[in-house]
Design a protein around this ligand. Structure first.
Ligand SMILES: [Zn+2]
Length: 491
């Protein structure tokens, strides 16, 4: 299969307005073979796309999300992470079909708004099972998006243990939480990698996905990293998202989670760490030295009040910072343009020295090349250059948001919201054209998803009522911790 995009503008950092005009892009197989101002013969080309009034950009990488949350979007508010989690996990009972539908919803939403790759940190309501993992992978195979799945695993909730130690009434919240053993998880993960890693000509990827340092045993952390390394895959985890998590880690280990991870050999270029909010300067030095990757999720950090991740300090240290939407239960959509706009704006409030603020070029790099690095595809993806994989988004520059068309990077960060996305190519295949998904029937998937969610959503009020007293007790613990002094402040 070959595609020629004729006479488009191509995003280019080296150009004064951020793009090179009147370029022809030739795609052969799944890679870009040519980008040139010179005429390219249409002879033997399977598909020609007109590029006039189009801006070609590398497709975005959503480097952290949770696809099952594509159902419970807009279901809660005014909750910090600890209480938000209690509400989120009330709903169990995702069947493999539900997992498929939720992943498909997200994949379609992302493709239509210019995201061509996703790292899905996949939790499942009633526990991890191979059928659910297969369902998510099948959704990514069918939708045509470049999909990485990190099954979310956890077996040791040290935050709840700390809470129950001072508030014994919380013991039922610990007892309710059954999990698989570390060795069972590791066996499951090994089978998952063997079946799916680099399937669909390399378009599907597997990751190990421990939920967080404070939620997993050492055996699970180390064992899952060993599986990922053995299969040449990545290891993806949430790293200290909240003040409570940071304080619990300090109480338990006498040092930060990042310092404890360093001691255990849990850092490196194959490691990507979502959030990384409550890190101090020494922690940031540790991440930089180990070449570990960070995934920033500004919408979620704001929505559930976790704090400001020290992104300015990370960029100044040369840490590879990627960008994610996080799950829609904490950010409400999967639109990377929203994540970019927030990332480009919120850190301006963290330094009175405006010269330190992230630039639109920094932020677009976070959403593209740095996202590729978080997927372990550094150098292969995230830029429009001959030899790179052909994941390309064409934006219509005749829309109101692009009128008049000035600097391409600034339009992408500050003005555009995804509505100008016209066509999308992933791995050399056209998957969105004229704003419509070509790989799936959006209406029927959406209808089935509405029905599936309706069944689950009906149960929510009853479940909330039942757990209310325990949640109120946990809220007291959470508030006590939040009101305590701590050496670090990320608000
Ligand atoms: Zn997350």
């Amino acid at each position: 299969m070959s595609i020629l995009i004729k006479g488009c503008n191509v995003l280019d950092e080296t150009q004064p307005d951020g793009y090179a005009s009147n370029q022809n892009i030739l795609i052969e197989g799944n890679r870009i073979s040519k980008i040139t101002h010179e005429r390219v013969s249409e002879k033997g080309v399977d598909r020609v796309l007109e590029g006039q009034d189009r801006l070609a950009i590398p497709g975005f990488v959503n480097a952290h999300t949770h696809s099952p949350e594509n159902f419970p979007k807009a279901t809660k508010e005014k909750l910090p992470l600890e209480l938000w989690l209690q509400d989120l996990f009330l709903i169990g009972g995702y069947s493999p079909r539900d997992i498929y539908l939720a992943a498909m919803l997200g994949a379609m939403e992302m493709l239509k708004t210019g995201t061509t790759s996703v790292l899905d940190h996949l939790w499942m309501g009633d526990g991890l099972a191979p059928e659910g993992l297969d369902a998510a992978m099948q959704a990514y195979a069918d939708s045509g998006i470049r999909g990485g799945v990190a099954p979310l695993i956890e077996n040791d909730d040290q935050v709840m243990q700390a809470a129950a130690a001072v508030r014994p009434n919380l013991q039922p919240l610990l007892d309710n939480h059954e999990s698989m053993s570390a060795s069972e998880y590791i066996e499951l993960l090994d089978g998952f990698f063997s079946k799916w890693h680099r399937a669909e000509d390399g378009r599907l990827l597997c990751f190990a996905g421990p939920s967080g340092f404070q939620w997993c045993s050492d055996e699970l952390l180390q064992g899952s990293l060993d599986v990922a390394r053995r299969h040449g895959g990545g290891w993806h985890m949430h790293l200290v998202e909240t003040k409570v998590q940071a304080m619990v880690c300090f109480e338990l280990y006498g040092k930060s989670a990042t310092a404890a991870m360093k001691e255990r050999g849990l850092l490196g270029p194959e490691v990507s760490l979502a959030h990384s909010v409550w890190l101090d300067d020494a922690d940031l030095d540790t991440l930089a030295e180990s070449n570990s990757r960070v995934v920033h999720n500004p919408a979620s950090n704001l929505r559930i009040g976790s704090g400001f991740a020290p992104i300015i300090e990370m960029l100044e240290r040369g840490i590879t910072v990627a960008l994610g939407t996080d799950g829609s239960a904490s950010s409400d959509n999967q639109i990377m343009f929203d994540a970019m706009k927030l990332a480009a704006l919120i850190h301006n409030l963290r330094s009175t020295d405006h010269r330190r603020w992230p630039s639109s070029r920094d932020v677009v790099r976070m959403a593209t090349a740095n996202g590729a690095a978080a997927l372990g595809m550094e150098g292969d993806l995230g830029e429009l250059r001959p030899g790179k994989l052909a994941d390309i988004v064409l934006l219509d520059t005749k829309t109101l948001l692009f009128t008049p068309f000035n600097d391409a990077f600034r339009h992408l960060c500050y003005a555009e919201n995804g509505s100008s996305v016209h066509s999308v190519i992933v791995d050399g295949r056209l998957v969105v054209e004229g704003g419509r998904v070509l790989t799936a029937n959006e209406e029927t998937i959406a209808e089935e998803a509405r029905d599936a969610w309706q069944r689950m959503y009906r149960e929510l009020p009853g479940l909330r009522e039942k757990t209310e007293p325990l949640v109120r007790e946990f809220e007291l613990y959470q508030q006590e911790m939040m009101n305590r002094d701590f050496y670090l402040n990320r608000y």
